[in-house]
Design a protein around this ligand. Structure first.
Ligand code: MIG
Length: 750
């Protein structure tokens, strides 16, 4: 029996029921069950309803056909096999075996079609996951991560399948421990599934990888614009203490003229690791410290863990017990697990009333001058247990329904981040909230930036940072970074230099290191490392407008900021598993040195002409080069026709209003670029208080023709002057800006 619904169809084939919803021409939701249950969307799914889409339904020879403008979907009414075809009749993706639906396992098989697989969020290993076996279960893995490490802190049950003819994504919206076998078991099929929950997935088609990511983030949401300071250089360690040490670090940045915007306070600022308290001895005058830091232009981000110390004299615990805010064990008794404060209880952030309580705590706590919150241990991690977390049969309450930790585990961090975001907004309703989270589930980008957890000061982890951040970016989370210099272990001079050279081109830039390790400030390794760090951090600050434009693009379209070459050059097979080069937007290609004692490295440049960012050397793409990279150089290339917007490097982002921006135009036939600008801190951009400029040029017969137009002008406090700089052009006779020949290539904004 078939029932047509507003969004699609429901097909009954006892005992199974298949629901297909057409959400857009290219996005289809598939839900199969054998129970009288409704489809459950997790917090990953942002949209609750979709504008209606035209589609046709037809039944013929035991098959059901659904067609949209871009897809033909065929369902075999006997087996419920689904085939997705393009409009030319070519198969994009098809089921291989019947879907398995059991209480303890759901599983969906798809035929392998020579795909490369990307996405899967925070995973060890290289870029392409073809032939691999993966799982999703947020885990505090403190052993050194290596290629065989299966579980890390975050879970994104999303992947992209790409072959010569098609590209699509599958988002499996199931929060239970999930698994993905991408051709490890068979050459004919792959499968994905979970140990519980529903078979509820989204098939996401696109003309290219870009469109697949855009469509995936149409479902799971996109970042909001972060405060600009969060794009600056950030310094952390476990832990800066006492407060005098924090001030000393801050002053040293200013004294040494190394740009820095943020200082992090790790767990030792607290009194006995009690959240929302300050250590009475080491942070006696924390208000004064916060003020001093703020006066010096530093933002302060404090760590807040979920575990609340079990201590009747401690207000947070008392309130939590009195109001019944904590996660329960299977008998309904408040669960106690060991974390930093010793025995602790865990707020059940899945409940709205608990989030409200937490939000109030956060709001009060930041009042004295804290700008952002760092969520750690939110897998949630629990010490002295074989599973590293709480029992799977613990009980949470979600939307009035009791669910087990098995289902809640991977969602815990997103709900905690949501509560934290509400807290920040409660205290400062018009400021952009900043949260840094270790654990995550798909959709985390709507609430928090992430970092990749406890890496180690080894070259392998400098390398691993690249594919990991790129796959996280392809999984809808563009705002991500790794601990620069490595967390565990002692960093050394050369490794630190190589790491910072690469990291300044990643979306989130923060140095962090573990307790007991060697100092890891930019000046801790001698003058050479200090000078090189300064130089590269300043390069990032110069590129700030360009980087911010990428955040704007991520906000609008969900594109990764740091992206693999395949994202831009999908047709070029050489790019399909390049994991040791990356792009910052579409214009910059970065090829870090990630091995010791190397003064040169192999670089692949895709089609087109490329210019060395530092000295303008010209390279013809489509080839491999051996590029010189002495210790103070990282190979970075600019694409022909690129437009880069820059500004002078400040020592912190809010140091002064930027009066002048520099528009660098790189030789090429033509180029086009969107430049975005707003106040960088408030939510006023959502009310139209921003500027959007279209910058374009073409070049022929010695004539550079530049067009600079206001697409939107709603923010008066932006740069007053744009200065154009031509890079790598030869034989220019005339430069025309907005129809007028000019000598000094400038534009004044009014
Ligand atoms: O069990 O707060 O990943 O960044 O410095 C270790 C102390 C707890 C783990 C985090 C790390 C942080 C550390 N935390």
């Amino acid at each position: 029996m078939i029932k047509r619904t507003a969004e699609g169809i429901i097909l009954f084939r006892k005992p199974k029921r298949l629901e297909i919803r057409v959400l857009t021409d290219k996005i289809v939701n598939v839900f199969i069950t054998d129970k009288e249950e409704k489809r459950k969307d997790t917090i990953a799914v942002e949209k609750k309803s979709y504008p209606s889409v035209n589609f046709e339904v037809k039944e013929e020879n035991g098959k059901l056909f659904i067609s949209t403008k871009s897809l033909d979907i065929e369902v075999d009414m006997e087996t419920l096999f689904i085939t997705f075809k393009d409009k030319k009749g070519n198969i994009i993706n098809e089921d291989y075996k019947e879907v398995v639906i059991e209480d303890s396992e759901v599983k969906c098989y798809k035929r392998l079609r020579e795909e490369h697989f990307y996405g899967f969020g925070e995973k060890a290993g290289y870029l392409d996951k073809k032939g691999e076996k993966l799982e999703m279960w947020n885990t505090d893995e403190f052993m050194t991560h290596n290629q065989t490490t299966k579980l890390l802190y975050e879970s994104y049950p999303f992947f992209i399948g790409m072959n010569k003819t098609h590209v699509y994504g599958i988002f499996f919206d199931n929060s239970f421990r999930s698994f993905f076998n991408m051709g490890e078991e068979s050459e004919e099929y792959y499968y994905f599934g979970a140990y519980g929950g529903q078979m509820n997935y989204y098939f996401i088609y696109g003309d290219d990888i870009k469109e697949v990511v855009e469509n995936y983030t149409y479902i799971t949401g996109r970042i909001e614009l972060p405060p600009l300071w969060a794009l600056g250089n950030q310094q952390s360690r476990y832990s800066y203490t006492p407060q005098e040490r924090v001030i000393e670090i801050a002053k040293t940045f200013r004294k040494k003229d190394i740009p820095c915007d943020v200082i992090y306070l790790d767990i030792d600022y607290m009194e006995g690791y009690r959240v929302f308290t300050w250590n009475k001895e080491t942070f006696k005058d924390y208000r004064k410290m916060l003020k001093e830091l703020n006066d010096m232009g530093f933002k302060v981000v404090t760590i807040v863990d979920p575990g609340v110390k079990r201590d009747y004299d401690y207000f947070v615990y008392r309130e939590g017990i009195e109001k019944d805010y904590f996660v329960k064990d299977k008998y309904g008794i408040t669960y106690v697990g060991k974390v930093w404060p010793g025995e602790a209880c865990f707020p059940d952030f899945l409940q709205e009333r608990v989030r409200n309580w937490w939000a109030e705590k956060i709001g009060n706590f930041i009042r004295d001058g804290i700008s952002g919150i760092w969520n750690d241990m939110n897998e949630p991690a629990v010490f002295e247990t074989p599973t590293k977390t709480m029992p799977e049969d613990n009980i949470h309450v979600l939307d009035g329904e009791r669910i087990t930790h098995r289902e809640a585990h991977n969602l815990y961090a997103n709900y905690m981040a949501l509560a934290t975001k509400e807290g920040l907004l409660r205290e400062r309703p018009n400021d952009r909230p900043f949260i840094l989270s270790r654990a995550a589930f798909a959709g985390i980008q709507r609430y928090a930036a992430i970092w990749t957890g406890d890496n180690r000061s080894i070259y392998e982890h400098l390398l691993m940072m690249m594919p990991m951040l790129m796959n996280i970016g392809l999984s809808g989370q563009p705002f991500a970074g790794a601990d620069v210099g490595g967390f565990e272990g002692d960093c050394n001079e050369e490794l630190f230099i190589r790491w910072i050279e690469a990291a300044v081109f990643t979306p989130f830039l923060r140095v962090h290191s573990a307790i007991g390790t060697k100092d890891q400030e930019p000046w801790s390794f001698g003058k050479r490392a200090e000078d090189i760090s300064r130089k590269f951090i300043k390069i990032r600050y110069e590129l700030l407008p360009y980087i911010y434009d990428l955040f704007y693009e991520a906000y609008r379209k969900g594109y990764p900021i740091m992206r693999p070459l395949v994202f831009e050059y999908q047709k070029d097979e050489n790019t399909h598993n390049i994991y040791d080069e990356f792009m910052l937007g579409e214009n910059l290609l970065v090829a870090p040195v990630y091995l010791p004692s190397k003064e040169r490295r192999e670089v692949y440049l895709p089609e087109g002409i490329w210019y060395d960012y530092f000295n303008g050397d010209v390279y013809e793409g489509g080839k491999y080069y051996l590029v010189d990279a002495p210790i103070d150089k990282i190979p970075v290339f600019v694409k022909e026709g690129a437009i880069l917007v820059k500004q002078k490097p400040l020592s912190y982002i809010e140091e002064e209003e930027i009066e002048e921006k520099i528009v660098e135009i790189y030789n090429g036939e033509k180029g086009k670029y969107l430049h975005y600008e707003d106040d960088g801190k408030t939510l006023n951009y959502k009310k139209g208080n921003y500027n959007l400029f279209n910058i374009e040029f073409d070049y022929h017969e010695g004539e550079v023709n530049i067009k600079f137009e206001k697409l939107h002008f709603g923010y008066k406090g932006g740069a007053k002057k744009y200065r154009f700089v031509l890079k790598n052009f030869n034989g220019v006779r005339r430069v025309i800006v907005n129809g007028r020949e000019v000598e000094n290539y400038e534009i004044y904004i009014s």
